[in-house]
Design a protein around this ligand. Structure first.
Ligand SMILES: [Zn+2]
Length: 274
């Protein structure tokens, strides 16, 4: 199932029709055959193409219901192209470029698509870090964030960053550690802020400097507030140190996989975020 796509042409050909996309999403979502989201039953009547009614509880669903593609009015091949665009480039994606490539009429639509796709990069959908870990608090601009970073060969191999809540910071930091670091890891909690001159955080500092450059290219500050920073951090962490996977199409596969296994957000929820 884990089919990789080496280049854009191959990817476009594989997903040029609604049917091709739906068939692929079906296999990603239900590799062992249809399963009712409500009762987990395996038997269903097919009402229409890729629409089902559970024979056990009567629940009706479709292959895209409850996924990132739920309620979309745009053709799936367009969504797949957006996913290719976001996941096949090392640098950050931007809404204006996405709007041009997809031929979308409005900037707002492109912006919403991008944030939906970034949701499929959330740390909760990714495997936990392991081994030697540096953890602590740093700031991005004036915004505090929690960080966990796995260190290999004297550099950060993988990283997770999350906005720091205003209240109950200590409990939240502990929850963040539990959510992003696997049991048995060797965790060093950095004393004081992770910032230049803090020798306790030598490896994480380089990754933070790279993050600031990356964000400067995103120009996120130009059209957003603190609310949206979390989405940009998710994209940064998702792509961090994964050049080989980006080139091999593995990231594209991961994004599609996550897209059918997450709880979708709406435009309203994105603009009300956090
Ligand atoms: Zn059912």
């Amino acid at each position: 199932m884990e089919k990789m796509f080496q280049n854009e042409i191959e990817f476009k050909n594989a997903f040029s029709s609604e049917e091709q996309c739906l068939s692929y999403l079906y296999d990603l979502r239900w590799p062992g055959g249809y399963q009712c989201p409500r009762c987990q039953g395996n038997r269903a009547w097919q009402i229409r193409r890729y629409k089902y009614k559970c024979q056990n509880c009567g629940y009706q669903t479709s292959v895209t219901a409850g996924t990132l593609f739920q309620d979309t009015h745009k053709p799936l091949p367009l969504w797949f192209r957006a996913i290719w665009y976001v996941a096949s480039r090392e640098e950050n994606a931007n809404a204006l470029e996405l709007q041009k490539i997809m031929g979308l009429g409005s900037y707002r639509t492109a912006w919403t698509w991008l944030h939906k796709l970034r949701q499929a990069m959330a740390p909760s959908l990714r495997k936990k870090l392991a081994g030697d870990i540096e953890a602590g608090v740093a700031s991005v601009g004036s915004i505090d964030v929690f960080i966990t970073a796995s260190v290999q060969n004297s550099q950060v191999a993988d990283i997770r960053i999350q906005l720091c809540p205003k209240k109950e910071k200590i409990a939240s930091f502990q929850a963040f550690l539990n959510a992003t670091v696997s049991d048995g890891s060797r965790v060093k909690v950095v004393k004081g802020f992770i910032q230049r001159g803090n020798r306790d955080a030598e490896y994480t500092l380089a990754a933070m400097a790279a993050l600031k450059d990356w964000l400067a290219k995103t120009r996120w500050a130009g059209y957003s507030q603190e609310n949206y920073l979390g989405y940009y951090l998710d994209e940064y962490c998702f792509k961090y140190n994964r050049q080989a996977e980006i080139r091999s199409g593995a990231l594209c596969y991961e994004l599609l996989y996550n897209a059918v296994h997450l709880t979708p957000v709406t435009y309203q929820e994105i603009i009300d975020a956090k």
